[in-house]
Design a protein around this ligand. Structure first.
Ligand code: FUB
Length: 321
């Protein structure tokens, strides 16, 4: 087949996901994967930062992207679920960064870092569009909320078995705050997440520098999941970063550092999510995998995640190598 028809076919066909392979032929990053049951049936939904619509020099896209899959193997580009203009209070230059989504109360909630200093929340009756601002003000606002940190970005929501939802976010110092059952109101103070074995960075210390001196630290991309009663807090150690994990007996922490999930990749960021469904576990991450790819032109990939009998996570055999 000549180059042009092959290229057209690559964009027309859904992509097949394998470890180290992009899930789509379009740049995307910051995976937020879910299995949602709707009236139309259940399927996998993957929300992403849309690196294909940025300048290639910075993460300056203003739209998010959605991919869907019936089987975690074949992914279809479902377009733009929303853009930053949904949030009327957003600064005119606000960028659309790492998103999160939750199905709750018969609705779909979309948590969006908007502009690096605020997190907004939008709501819809369907997962693939129709989102409207749920509050008309930011859910988290650096200028308004005590202890919101220097950069309230990278929201991740965990809903525990008892129904309590927590929002995790932040760079350099990980943050957690409870959400009310409406999913759009903070319920109490914003707390620092304590990780024994990883003291937080002070304001003058950069995580990437810390990495070069061998000191691991929290950088960004907080994510929480639970398995067999153990709470796993995963995150990136910086820029560049490893994906590492810590465990604890409460979703609010404290957590104890346990080890590396995914080694450094050859790009400036690393951002993970873990999806457990029907007894299987997968790590979603992003890397430079497509032609023309790089630190601002990333691609989401998926790898099986395995655990030891003691609950430890086995390091995924990918990395800068
Ligand atoms: O996509 C922009 C930023 O890059 C995200 O907020 C970080 O997690 C990093 O992946």
């Amino acid at each position: 087949m000549s180059f042009l028809p092959a290229l057209l076919l690559a964009f027309a066909l859904p992509a097949t996901a394998e470890p180290g392979q992009p899930i789509a032929q379009r740049f995307n990053a910051d995976p937020s994967p879910h299995y949602f049951d709707t009236k139309a049936g259940g399927k996998f939904y993957l929300y992403a930062t849309d690196d294909a619509s940025n300048s290639g020099k910075y993460w300056d896209s203003t739209t998010w992207r959605l991919y869907t899959s019936p089987d975690m193997k074949t992914w279809t580009d479902a377009g733009i679920p929303l853009d930053v203009k949904v949030f009327k209070w957003a600064r005119p230059d606000a960028k659309a960064w790492a998103p999160e989504a939750v199905q709750r109360n018969g609705r779909f909630y979309f948590y969006a870092p908007v502009g690096g200093d605020t997190i907004g929340v939008a709501v819809s009756d369907r997962p693939d569009g129709g989102f409207a601002d749920a509050r008309t003000t930011p859910l988290v606002d650096k200028a308004r909320d005590a202890n919101a940190g220097d950069e309230p970005i990278d929201p991740a929501v965990f809903v525990d078995r008892d129904g309590q939802a927590n929002l995790y976010f932040g760079t350099r110092v990980p943050k957690v705050v409870k959400l009310k059952a409406d999913m759009v109101t903070l319920d109490g103070p914003i707390l620092d997440v304590a990780i024994a074995g990883l003291p937080p960075l002070d304001k003058t210390e950069k995580a990437d520098k810390a990495n070069k001196t061998g000191r691991k630290a929290y950088g960004e991309a907080p994510f929480l999941h639970e398995r067999n009663g153990m709470y796993y807090f995963t995150f990136s150690t910086g820029w560049p970063g490893q994906i590492v994990y810590a465990t604890g007996t409460s979703p609010l922490g404290p957590f104890t550092y346990r080890g590396v999930v995914l080694d450094y990749l050859k790009i400036s960021t690393n951002h993970q999510a873990i999806l457990e469904h029907a007894g299987k576990s997968w790590l979603f991450y992003h890397d430079s995998l497509l032609p023309g790819g790089g630190s601002h032109r990333r691609s989401i990939a998926i790898a099986p995640l395995e655990y030891g009998t003691d609950g430890s996570i086995r390091q995924v055999p990918l990395g800068a190598g």
